[in-house]
Design a protein around this ligand. Structure first.
Ligand SMILES: *[C@@H]1O[C@H](CO)[C@@H](O)[C@H](O)[C@H]1NC(C)=O
Length: 628
């Protein structure tokens, strides 16, 4: 039975191919994916190499991949439409409308499928790390994912490109990584700071403000908040780093004890043993990359430079001892080099000294948001909502198919009602904008409440759901299949890896800076946006955004003052005293006005308004933008 079912759908893995040098395939994402395929002995996918424009000499690329991997070459134009809208690597079921894209998501999927195909290979699953969360958080919020997926591959690619002419400098990213490896305790401190922040917020009533459906909506956006609110993520990182350290003691012992103190229940089953092994997919991801890198430095007679990277060099030694790594590498045409045993001069500064450096409480939240609001007012910035164009409009919920309605889930009727009210608002705004043939994207779609209603209501439009969490998206697809929707796509990816054109972007309760990422993505595509933010308390500077965002707010407020607004914007829970809630709502408005102004500066007409009725959610703001 199973076999028959399987033969109905086939899974295709698409990999970019531009060229090949010194045993590795460009772009490096392809090398890394192929390495993992071989490592897992995974034969589930039909592998297609997608030729980029530069790669013309097809005759030369006959034998690019090891014989174990059967492949075919195709051009970009031959990709299924859904994949044409995504960054590679990507996996898609054919026939089907469900695509997984981006290095981290695809690597996780390969591991998962290899394990399903042969459950005796428990070690495969271990690649996903403790709690199976490795590389789960998207690159925007997880520095480890960012490192593996973006920073390091890019740096190495550039290095290889340049060094074909003359020896070039060691990429700073590598130097930074080495440095990062040498200061593991900072990670711990970050984590501690975050937990402290959370504690403060809880004490200030933020915890309360997450009403039931807020809590749920947070789940759908957890890829953005995961690292902020879950200590296990940082532990994950820490374990990963600790494995890379050259010296087991005293540093490791020291660190282990800190982990223990942190929280016993969050510990890997055997912290110490995990720390010695290489059971982390990040290692495998980094493996070929660093091998290649090391290889290149040696080839360019830079071997003396290796002393500058004692930790990475030690990792290079140790990774070879991991079962199957050496054989897999040689299948890929990569040979480990015999390096002289390095005197790993560990930096003996005691990391524990770093501890406590940032422990004082932040006094800036004591005065409340009033001084900040007064300051804004002096600059002519006041709390002001645009009027709702049609406060009473509602979908005819009783006559919609059951699977369209949020009632379908396991929601209580009260929650379902409020979810319906939220959807009324979003659907009205989108319907007003949409023209036949438009493409609409539901970002951070979660289980698909918004996207499925839109696809049903607007059959002449194409709706794409984008979500980093596999389970949510699989649930959404199931609902959509029940309805027989044919104008809908599902993409499991970091939203940045969706490269397709679209006309309208929607996001209901995209957490913290996820809302800013959505708006940014829409502006890049000159698309309209309808967003309803939440988790203002998680807003902070990221690699892409600084707050405040708009010139007008920047002139009036410092970063800290803006953060005060963000903290108090989270205090809108129904249980709070009315006066506090009012201030919360005002702060929410100001934070969103800053977002609106920033979009206006880039050629948009933007309105900040309240959803109707306001009781539909404590996070009831909408930011609606249209390109001028
Ligand atoms: C955030 O970005 C702003 C604007 O660039 C800067 O002034 C501020 O110091 C940054 N704050 C932090 C904590 O990085």
């Amino acid at each position: 039975m199973k076999g028959i079912e399987k033969s109905l759908t086939e899974e295709y893995l698409y990999l970019d191919f531009s060229h090949q040098t010194e045993g590795c395939i460009f772009p490096l994402h392809t090398s890394v994916t192929v390495f993992l395929l071989l490592y897992c002995d995974c034969k589930i996918f039909k592998v297609c190499l997608v030729l980029t424009r530069e790669s013309t000499e097809i005759s030369l690329i006959r034998n690019v991949l090891p014989q174990d991997v059967e492949t075919q070459m195709i051009s970009r134009e031959e990709l299924p439409p859904i994949v044409q809208n995504c960054c590679l690597p990507a996996v898609v079921e054919r026939p089907g409308n469900f695509c997984r894209a981006g290095l981290a998501v695809v690597l996780r999927y390969i591991i998962q499928k290899s394990y399903e195909a042969d459950p005796s290979k428990k070690e495969m699953l271990e690649l996903l790390g403790f709690k199976k969360t490795c590389l789960k958080a998207c690159a925007e919020v997880s520095q480890w994912t960012r490192l593996c997926e973006l920073t390091i591959p890019l740096a190495i690619e550039n290095f290889l490109r340049e060094s074909s002419e003359q020896p070039s400098a060691i990429p700073v990213e590598i130097l930074q990584l080495e440095k990062k490896l040498s200061e593991p305790v900072r990670v711990h401190n970050d984590d501690k700071l975050r937990r402290q922040k959370l504690k403060q917020q809880k004490a200030a009533g933020v915890g309360l403000s997450l009403g039931k459906d807020e809590a749920k909506s947070k789940v759908c956006n957890q890829e953005t908040s995961e690292e902020l609110d879950s200590p296990s993520k940082s532990l994950e990182l820490e374990v990963a780093f600790s494995k890379l350290t050259a010296q087991e003691e005293p540093v490791t012992a020291n660190r282990e004890s800190h982990i223990r103190k942190a929280k016993a229940s969050d510990l890997p089953p055997s912290g110490a043993r995990v720390a010695e092994g290489f059971t982390h997919v990040a290692d495998i991801v980094l493996c070929p990359v660093f091998i290649i890198f090391a290889l290149v430095i040696i080839c360019k007679r830079h071997s003396e430079k290796l002393v500058e990277f004692p930790l990475l060099a030690s990792w290079y030694h140790r990774i070879q001892e991991v079962p199957k790594v050496k054989t897999t590498a040689s299948k890929c045409g990569i040979q480990f080099l015999e390096l002289p045993e390095l005197l790993t001069t560990s930096n003996e500064q005691h990391p524990s000294e770093v501890l406590g450096a940032e422990e004082q409480n932040d006094p800036s939240f004591i005065g409340g948001p009033r001084p900040t609001m007064t300051k804004l007012m002096k600059k002519g910035i006041e709390v002001m909502f645009s009027p709702h164009p049609c406060p009473t409009w509602t979908l005819d919920w009783n006559n919609l198919p059951a699977a369209v309605s949020p009632k379908e889930g396991k929601m209580s009727s009260d929650r379902a009602l409020r979810k319906q009210q939220q959807l009324n608002n979003l659907v009205y705004m989108v319907k007003n904008q949409a023209r036949p043939g438009d493409r609409i994207v539901d970002f951070c779609s979660g289980g698909g409440h918004v996207g499925i209603v839109l696809a049903h209501m607007l059959p002449s439009c194409q709706v794409t759901l984008i979500e980093n969490k596999e389970l949510s998206l699989v649930r959404a697809k199931k609902r959509s299949d029940e309805l027989g929707l044919s104008n809908i796509w599902f993409i499991q990816a970091n939203m940045e890896y969706f490269t397709g054109m679209f006309n309208i972007g929607v996001a209901l309760h995209a957490c913290g800076v996820a809302t800013d990422m959505v708006i940014e993505h829409c502006i890049k595509m000159r698309a309209s946006f309808v967003t309803c933010p939440c988790c203002y308390g998680f807003i902070q500077n990221t690699s892409k955004f600084n707050f405040p965002k708009s010139e007008q707010f920047k002139e009036a407020l410092s970063y800290k003052e803006h953060m005060i607004l963000c903290r108090f914007a989270d205090q809108t829970a129904a249980q709070l005293p009315p006066q506090r809630r009012l201030i919360g709502k005002q702060c929410m408005c100001l934070v969103d006005l800053d977002r609106a102004r920033a979009a206006e500066e880039r050629g948009y007409s933007v309105q900040v308004m309240s959803m109707e009725p306001e009781s539909c959610s404590p996070k009831n703001n909408m930011i609606v933008g249209v390109p001028i």
